[in-house]
Design a protein around this ligand. Structure first.
Ligand SMILES: Nc1ncnc2c1ncn2[C@@H]1O[C@H](COP(=O)(O)OP(=O)(O)OP(=O)(O)O)[C@@H](O)[C@H]1O
Length: 252
């Protein structure tokens, strides 16, 4: 799916959270939304997901205004994993995963054997075989995050929006996740704090500062040492790779 945001602005009680944000994510690419704490990444993701209406500007999905796309089509085609999922959800892991298949079934149709099999395979791919009967709210932070991402992938969306999908994951599961996001076939937009992994895996990065885009492009072009110093106030060494990605090393 082609995703476009045009001149998006969000204001809250006279304060601008986003100003004139433009963004394009081409089909089947991985786009990293970067920026320091409070720069507007989650707010922008919520606008892209339709969870928040912008005060100005619009979001286009395959060229159509998001607001005009029927809700059922959106439920099938767009998945989002936010940071703040209520932790009092008392469901089994299998039932949480099966939520992803609801938009793909006809109304009132029961869960099919195929859906259950797909959920089992999703758990295996998430490295959590046998977790289907566990309570979701009894999982560790990283396990829960892996289930939430597995649920979003099980939805087989064309657009996947992720808010800090790696913050609870150990390094191996971070790498696994980035490889899966790159090969899942969906357009993925992920808010990320890990510059090194973002530079190594994303096709494109969009850097926000104080609610505005300050850099946009392939990591090798957008993430210069100067930009990283100005935005994050840290020093970094950046080596461009021929494919547009980059090796970033933060100086400690
Ligand atoms: N509903 C709201 N009312 C007032 N201010 C808000 C609201 N939502 C977000 N903000 C403010 O908007 C700014 C951007 O918040 P946002 O959560 O989008 O940033 P972020 O880049 O995702 O941050 P982080 O990296 O810390 O998660 C912050 O200063 C935040 O305090």
């Amino acid at each position: 799916m082609n995703l476009e945001a045009q001149e998006v602005a969000v204001r809250v009680t006279g304060r601008s959270l986003l100003t004139g944000v433009n963004l394009t994510a081409l089909p089947a690419t991985l786009v990293g939304l970067l920026g320091p704490n409070g720069s507007g990444k989650s707010t922008l993701l919520r606008v892209l997901a339709g969870l928040r209406r912008p005060d100005q500007g619009r979001v286009l999905l395959d060229g159509a205004d998001r607001a005009a796309v029927p809700r059922r089509a959106l439920a099938r085609r767009v998945a989002i994993v936010t940071q703040h999922v209520p932790s009092d959800v008392d469901m089994t892991v299998l039932d949480v995963l099966l939520l992803a298949r609801i938009p793909h079934r006809s109304r009132l149709a029961p869960v099919s054997v195929v859906d259950t099999a797909m959920a089992g395979e999703a758990l295996v791919r998430a490295g959590l075989p046998g977790f289907g009967g566990r309570r979701w709210n009894g999982l560790s932070g990283g396990e829960r995050q892996r289930v939430d991402i597995a649920r979003a992938l099980l939805q087989q969306p064309d657009l996947l929006l992720l808010d800090e999908p790696t913050n609870h994951l150990d390094i191996r599961h971070r790498l696994d996740l980035f490889h899966r996001l790159r090969s899942c076939g969906a357009t993925v937009v992920a808010a990320l704090h890990d510059l090194e992994l973002a530079a190594a895996f994303c096709d494109r990065v969009i850097v926000l500062q104080h609610g505005s885009v300050v850099a946009d492009g392939p990591p090798a072009r957008a993430l210069t040492p100067d930009l990283i110093r100005r935005v994050y106030e840290v020093d970094a060494d950046v080596t461009a790779r021929p494919d547009g990605r980059a090796d970033v090393r933060i100086r400690t």
